[in-house]
Design a protein around this ligand. Structure first.
Ligand code: BG6
Ligand code: MG
Length: 219
């Protein structure tokens, strides 16, 4: 039985996936690397180092760059991203999410945040939803990012639940793979999360009732 929820942040709780994308696009532009749909989808859910590797490898060979150059690019991206997120307020919580968090809390489901982002605690605070969560996974403390299972396994541990008792909520392909590798039930949102066991087109469709209905048809 499902006892708790692990939420991805960017693209699930808030519309911040576009900020990651815009910030990386500026880095790509500077390097004269064309921005493609494959990059747009590919950077979702994966950590900073994996993102820059994907972007550089789309045109160059990653090993043409020194570690210092790569660090510099990651830092620049994070600076641009941090400027974007200073504008975030509780209004930027995606449609339906606040109501869902209230409903899940009322029904006694513990919740955690399973994001690859080192900026997650700051964003969750800005959105005004920190109190809903038992904890936020610290990606600096897990050895492998998504699609590896580590982040979603840690999210289950925070909830003091077995992975099989947890629903992982994701918008990215790498994130859904991470949920599956962790042995949790996957709830996907949007076009890139189509491999998820249960799927919604957008966050506005989420409620305990709609989730339970789709869970039933799984068994
Ligand atoms: C994920 C985003 O949530 O966090 C990725 O989907 C991002 O796009 C990753 O690269 C790491 O985030 P940050 O904020 O630590 O650079
Ligand atoms: Mg995401």
């Amino acid at each position: 039985d499902i006892k708790g929820f692990a939420f991805d942040l960017d693209g699930v709780l808030a519309d911040t996936a576009r900020f990651h994308s815009q910030a990386w696009q500026q880095i790509a532009l500077k390097l004269a690397i064309p921005w493609t749909e494959r990059l747009e989808a590919g950077i979702k859910g994966i950590d900073r180092a994996a993102s820059i590797a994907l972007i550089l490898n789309s045109v160059h060979r990653y090993d043409e760059f020194t570690a210092a150059e790569i660090n510099q690019l990651m830092q620049e991206k994070n600076q641009i991203y941090n400027e974007y997120i200073t504008t975030l307020t509780p209004k930027d919580v995606l449609p339906g999410i606040y109501q869902l968090l209230v409903e899940l809390k009322q029904h006694g489901f513990p919740m955690s945040v399973a994001s690859a982002s080192r900026n997650a605690p700051a964003i969750i605070a800005r959105l005004g939803i920190a109190d809903f969560f038992t904890g936020i996974v610290d990606p600096a403390k897990v050895s492998a990012g998504k699609p590896a299972p580590d982040i979603f396994l840690e999210a289950a541990q925070i909830l003091e639940l077995q992975p099989a008792q947890v629903i992982g909520v994701e918008d990215s392909s790498a994130g859904v793979a991470s949920i599956h590798a962790a042995g949790e039930t996957s709830l996907g949102i949007g076009p890139e999360a189509f491999q998820a066991q249960i799927h919604f087109d957008n966050t506005a469709e989420l409620s305990l009732t709609s989730i339970e209905a789709k869970l039933k048809s799984l068994h």
